[in-house]
Design a protein around this ligand. Structure first.
Ligand code: SF4
Ligand code: SF4
Length: 107
């Protein structure tokens, strides 16, 4: 098990900053979904992390805390995520789903 970035949709979707997506050193790892959070009545979408690409550097946490001042990202053990997205199936998975930590084919 290892730590990956986890974004709180309720906090992120209250903004539209997208700042963290510009600083992650891994390509296609922090993405932005214009519709995430809309079902909860949020005005904007939310950033999310493709956990199979996240290398746990926590740079996005620093950016969100210190540059954006939104404190929406926490490093979380991968098996403790409430939901997760992986690269080749950009779909949120339920907590405890084995597929989160299972090997995935990355195009
Ligand atoms: S920096 Fe924080 S608030 Fe801004 S898009 Fe990223 S997670 Fe959301
Ligand atoms: S922890 Fe590092 S690799 Fe993972 S999403 Fe954040 S900036 Fe990208």
């Amino acid at each position: 098990m290892y730590l990956v970035a986890d974004i709180d949709v309720d906090i992120c979707a209250a903004t539209s900053c997208k700042l963290c997506t510009q600083y992650c050193p891994e390509a296609n790892t922090i993405n932005y979904d214009d519709n995430a959070g809309k079902d909860k009545g949020h005005k904007y979408g939310s950033a999310y992390v493709a956990v199979d690409r996240c290398k746990g550097c926590a740079q996005c946490v620093w950016v969100c805390d210190n540059m954006a001042k939104h404190h929406a990202i926490k490093m979380t053990m991968i098996d403790q995520l409430p939901k997760a997205a992986i690269t080749d199936r950009i779909t949120y998975l339920d907590k405890g789903t084995k597929a989160i930590a299972a090997p995935v084919e990355v195009a």
